[in-house]
Design a binder for this molecule. Structure first.
Ligand code: FAD
Length: 828
């Protein structure tokens, strides 16, 4: 049993009456809310109020294990956790509250060959993200952690700057720091709801000891932890997260136990922390227990959940083998507490879609202590500047679809998410829970033909097609997976004959109305005021020239346009469009579910379409970047001539009710021309050969459109669009870096993402996305390389190597697509 801690509460909470107005009201006094308050006042915001329904830290924060590690999946996320640790080490001096931060370092160990590879990939990446890490021998490991069984250890890494802290005191120090700078913090005040007027937050209603009131404000921040979903739902704001039970044990004091690094045995899903002569060992179980299905109890305050030894026993068994001294140490505490988890294991930050001024910072997936310092800073800057300080798309709440707030979906999904942080992060790894929610009309057709599906924001998408008799499961690895040859066959069919993909999951937005053209001209960096029937590839930029959206715009009529975006960015796009809509007479509608897309791609696509449609697919009638209405079988569709794979090809947009018919007709006619069903893995390898940029991997709000190599889609002569000044400025000052395409000369290794690029022996950057080039005969990747004041020739004449798990491979580099650089095939 852990006893609720006695923090210095009197010092941080207000005794005075609640004000009636505030610039920002933060809901929830866990580490997240305290950090947001701290950083807002630090930025000079006055009238910042934090309201906590019970007592500060009484939700999840008080009982966290307090592990802090620097290295994350992206350089920006790593910056944020590094900042958290720096902040926690300086807070004591600022506030007098010791956060308990100790940089005891950490060890990650592997006991499988695949995990060894993953650890060595981290080792390569660490210096590129400014994190210290080193490989240690088993003997050295024993020296640093003498209590563990190392007999099966395949690799070990040491992170000297990692550490641990006292989570409750981190939150209290942030609260005190916030109050010292003018924030008002009230405990025992429950926020009952958020009021909104004309799509914008106008205030909050509160309750305290039977008393009720309203605080007028333009900004609320939902930092309500595991309550955040239900609290958001009261204002129709989707905050997809769900609590899970989360366990650890603490031993009795162990004689002679010295200070130890934090230890993570990833393959066993366990971690160990030495604290005051005891060992705390906990787990992120691969199959976790969702909690709070009927709502979080109103009375919850420093509560613990019931012990469940049967559930934790497999973990304990592993722990006793790994750290044998635990068997005799005696257990003082078996702790079970709830924590919130999200559908994709990333936290939620930013402004929620639909209600302006409604911000969120929650759903930390058991990293809230490590993340909150940086997340609080980033959100405060975002609120202050009305734009994120850098690309935060990985955690931006707008990546979620509102259907993901469904409780059954969340309950299923989070049982898998808890263990993900310690699971192998294999390329192409798919979620196994909460599947089958969004299906294309031809889903069953594809399934019957061997499709192996992946999932994206609820959509089932055919990733590859198994041959007859082939197992229809992913077998994951860091090396070639079981679908590698299927991808190659599909890839080559597209290059040499013709393939068909189901792209129904793409986001489709109809922008229509008298002012649709002027509105889109203001948002798009390409010229979309084109004749009806034309398709324009464009970006929507922010004021810094960063890429908020990467899309095609098809002009359907004089006053109607169809915008096509990736499934993952649909909500972000809708938000961007809606927030920039001024007085223009325009309607923006998500029409994603109303049309399916069948892509017919490859040199024989014209011939194939000619067999199923009486329409004319010639260059004269339907040139590249145009669409036409077609009869196809007995149905009616639009044929959009585009080239996401770099070949002659069309995307056929069909009303969903006719999609199965059209698919059947194309399939039947395809036998003669060698049509092959293709999955998204083949699309990925083809686009990589063509160096087509992918948002959010290769381009995003932090990537300048010219540095991303997309200047060909930017019209500098067109006046008045967002980001134009930043484009002109960049043209004057020159590029600081450029996105380039790499091909490994050795055909064996693979590139996925986050491999380190060396230029003339020095770290130059990382691979933003990678795949295998089955036509080019080697792994292909994209990545940024600094190039200030350098010519293209100088950039290209350097020698490049890419490090994969500690091994360097020579790479060719190109600024033009290595496959069909002149784009002749797609215009054929
Ligand atoms: C067993 C365990 C171990 C963990 N170990 C680690 C670790 O080692 N490292 C790490 O980084 N993270 C760890 N975590 C995760 C970490 O504890 C959480 O991510 C973090 O505490 C979440 O903070 P929060 O502020 O979002 O939520 P909370 O701390 O739950 O705060 C939310 C607050 O909102 C208040 N609230 C809710 N509704 C309202 C309302 N309507 N009005 C007013 N107030 C409201 C609640 O009372 C609560 O105080 C662990 C978690 C658990 C359970």
């Amino acid at each position: 049993m852990i006893v609720a801690p006695e923090f210095c509460r009197v010092e941080v909470s207000e005794m005075k009456p609640l004000p009636s107005k505030a610039r920002a009201v933060i809901i929830g006094g866990g580490v997240s809310g305290c950090s947001v308050a701290y950083h807002l006042v630090k930025l000079g915001w006055t009238d910042v109020i934090l309201l906590e329904r019970k007592q500060l830290t009484c939700g999840t924060t008080w009982h966290a294990a307090g592990l802090l590690s620097e290295l994350r999946g992206s350089s920006d996320m790593t910056k944020l956790t590094k900042y958290s640790m720096q902040l926690y080490s300086s807070l004591e001096e600022e506030t007098g509250i010791a956060t308990g931060l100790r940089r005891v370092s950490s060890l990650s160990i592997a006991v499988t060959q695949e995990r060894k590879h993953e650890l060595y990939r981290q080792l390569s990446l660490a210096p590129a993200y400014g994190v210290e890490a080193r490989k240690i021998s088993v003997r050295e490991l024993e020296g640093m952690y003498p209590h563990i069984d190392v007999s099966d250890v395949t690799a070990a890494l040491h992170f000297p700057n990692d550490g641990q802290c006292d989570p409750g005191n981190v939150a209290m120090a942030l609260a005190k720091g916030a109050r010292q700078r003018g924030a008002a913090i009230f405990e025992g005040v429950k926020v009952a709801g958020v009021q909104a007027r004309n799509g914008r937050v106008s205030g909050v209603t509160w309750e305290k000891d039977g008393e009720r009131g309203v605080i007028e404000t333009d900004n609320v921040v939902n930092c309500a932890g595991m309550w955040a979903r239900e609290f958001g739902a009261r204002s129709d704001v989707a905050v997809p997260l769900h609590a899970c039970e989360h366990f650890y044990m603490i031993t009795e004091p162990i004689d002679g136990l010295n200070r130890l690094p934090v230890l993570r045995v990833l393959d066993e899903y366990t971690y160990y922390k030495e604290d005051a002569g005891k060992i705390l060992f906990g787990a992120v179980e691969p199959k976790a227990k969702p909690w709070g299905m009927n709502g979080i109890p109103e009375s919850f305050c420093f509560d613990q959940l019931s012990e469940d030894f049967a559930h934790f026993e497999p973990i304990v068994e592993k722990a006793l083998k790994r750290v044998p001294m635990l068997a005799t140490a005696g257990i003082r505490t078996f702790f079970n507490g709830p924590e919130s988890f999200t559908p994709d294991d990333q936290y939620h930050l930013g402004e929620a879609p639909g209600v302006r001024g409604y911000w969120v910072a929650c759903g930390y997936n058991s990293t809230g202590i490590a993340a909150s310092g940086g997340a609080g800073l980033a959100l405060a800057q975002w609120m202050n500047d009305d734009e994120p300080p850098f690309d935060l798309s990985g955690v931006d709440i707008r990546r979620m679809e509102s259907l993901q707030k469904n409780r059954l979906y969340l309950r299923e999904r989070v049982s898998e998410v808890v263990g993900l942080s310690f699971g192998d992060h294999f390329p192409a790894r798919q979620m196994t829970t909460a599947r089958g929610i969004r299906r294309s009309p031809i889903h069953e057709h594809l399934k019957a033909r061997g499709a192996v599906f992946g999932e994206m924001v609820g959509w089932e998408r055919a990733n590859w097609f198994a041959r007859k008799g082939q197992e229809r499961e992913y077998r994951y690895s860091w090396y070639r997976q079981n679908w590698f040859d299927n991808q190659r066959e599909e890839h080559l069919a597209i290059r040499e004959r013709v393939g068909i993909f189901d792209l129904t999951s793409f986001g489709k937005i109809r922008v229509e109305g008298r002012d649709a053209t002027t509105f889109l001209q203001r948002l798009c960096s390409n010229d979309v005021d084109v004749p009806v029937g034309r398709i324009v590839y464009t970006q929507m930029l922010n004021e810094r020239g960063g890429i908020e959206s990467d899309l095609t715009v098809s002009r359907l009529t004089e006053t109607a346009f169809l915008l096509v975006v990736s499934a993952l960015t649909l909500q972000t796009n809708l938000c961007w469009l809606r927030r920039h809509l001024g007085d223009e007479f325009v309607v923006i509608v998500d029409v994603s579910a109303s049309e399916s897309i069948l892509a017919v791609m490859g040199p024989k696509s014209r011939e194939l379409l000619g067999k199923v449609s009486p329409n004319d697919f010639s260059n004269e009638n339907n040139p590249y970047s145009t669409w036409q209405e077609i009869e196809i079988g007995m149905g009616l569709a639009r044929a959009h001539r585009v080239a996401s794979v770099g070949e002659l090809g069309w995307e056929i947009y069909i009303s969903t009710d006719q999609a199965a018919h059209v698919f059947e007709v194309i399939e039947a006619a395809g036998a003669d021309v060698g049509l092959k069903l293709c999955g998204l893995h083949a699309l990925g390898s083809c686009r990589m050969e063509k160096a087509c940029r992918h948002l959010p991997d290769d381009v995003g709000s932090g990537e300048h459109v010219l540095e991303a190599g997309l200047g060909f889609a930017v019209k500098t002569a067109k006046p008045g669009y967002i980001g134009r000044d930043a484009v002109l400025r960049k043209l004057e000052t020159g590029l600081d870096r450029r996105l380039v395409q790499f091909r490994l000369k050795d055909p064996a290794p693979l590139l996925h993402k986050n491999e380190v690029v060396f230029r003339d022996g020095r770290i130059a950057g990382t691979i933003t996305s990678g795949d295998y080039g089955h036509t080019l005969g080697g792994a292909i990747g994209l990545g940024y390389v600094p190039c200030k004041d350098e010519s293209e020739a100088a950039l290209l004449s350097s020698s490049y190597e890419i490090e994969i798990a500690g091994e360097c491979f020579a790479a060719e580099v190109s600024l033009k697509p290595m496959y069909d650089p002149k784009g002749e095939r797609m215009r054929a």
